[in-house]
Design a protein around this ligand. Structure first.
Ligand code: GH3
Ligand code: MG
Ligand code: MG
Length: 217
């Protein structure tokens, strides 16, 4: 009788340990899923669902380092929605938010494959990191974005184009030792400024156009 009881206790202990291991594994899996979703959330812009500025900064640093060691070109497109303040003033902030979501969709649909990263850079500005792209490919992608935005036909009566449009500055380089990722940003930003200056709803490419005061952008 005592033997039976001991056997029973032993069996129950083994079964109990089995359950404990199973529960621990399930808990670890649940935590892993939770961690993954938290990581994804902390990298995502809440309004548009594309990468946020923090994630953009991380990816730009990582891709610059990768391009530096592989000798591949790295391109960046900075996209700024045209006349967005008047859009908000005319149609309301909620409509402005809806438009930003549609614009980010157009950007995501225009990117090449999975290596490109679309991010909300801030406010009504977006960025696309294009690893491996030279100036020609980056310019082409940027044009696709401009055309996709125009094709959305979001009415904007305050704009000379009649619809919501964007201006895009593009830069590409093979990072050399000592080139900070901020150099690519600075060049794309200068090109964006040039696209605005020329009348908006267009692409300007750093190094391929001239600034009014002579030096190449
Ligand atoms: P430009 O063509 O020179 O870029 O003119 P702009 O009016 O787009 O530029 P400006 O910098 O004067 O205005 C940007 C506007 O973007 C002002 C701001 O209210 C709006 N904006 C920024 N973030 C958001 C947002 O999250 N939602 C909405 N609805 N509007 C935003
Ligand atoms: Mg802006
Ligand atoms: Mg703007």
């Amino acid at each position: 009788m005592i033997l039976r009881t001991q056997e029973f206790i032993l069996t129950m202990s083994i079964v109990g340990m089995g359950f404990a291991v199973l529960f621990a594994e399930q808990k670890a899996m649940r935590l892993e899923v939770l961690n993954r979703s938290l990581r994804a959330l902390s990298a995502t812009d809440g309004l548009t669902g594309v990468a946020n500025r923090r994630h953009f900064d991380e990816v730009l640093i990582a891709e610059s380092a990768r391009a530096r060691s592989s000798g591949e070109s790295l391109a960046l497109a900075l996209v700024d929605v045209d006349l967005f303040k008047p859009y908000n003033d005319c149609y309301g902030h909620q409509a402005g938010d809806d438009a930003l979501r549609l614009i980010s969709d157009a950007l995501v649909n225009s990117k090449r494959g999975t290596r490109d990263l679309v991010a909300r850079y801030g406010g009504e500005e977006f960025a696309i990191i294009l690893p491996g792209a030279d100036v020609g490919i980056a310019r082409q992608t940027a044009w696709t974005v401009c055309q996709a935005l125009e094709a959305q036909q979001l009415p904007h009566v305050e704009s000379p184009f009649g619809v919501l449009t964007a201006s895009i500055g593009v830069a590409a380089l093979v990072p050399a030792n000592g080139d900070a990722p901020s150099l690519l940003l600075k060049r794309a930003d200068a090109a964006l400024y040039e696209a605005k200056r020329r009348g908006r709803n267009q692409v300007a490419v750093h190094g391929h156009e001239r600034f009014p005061h002579g030096e190449k952008i």
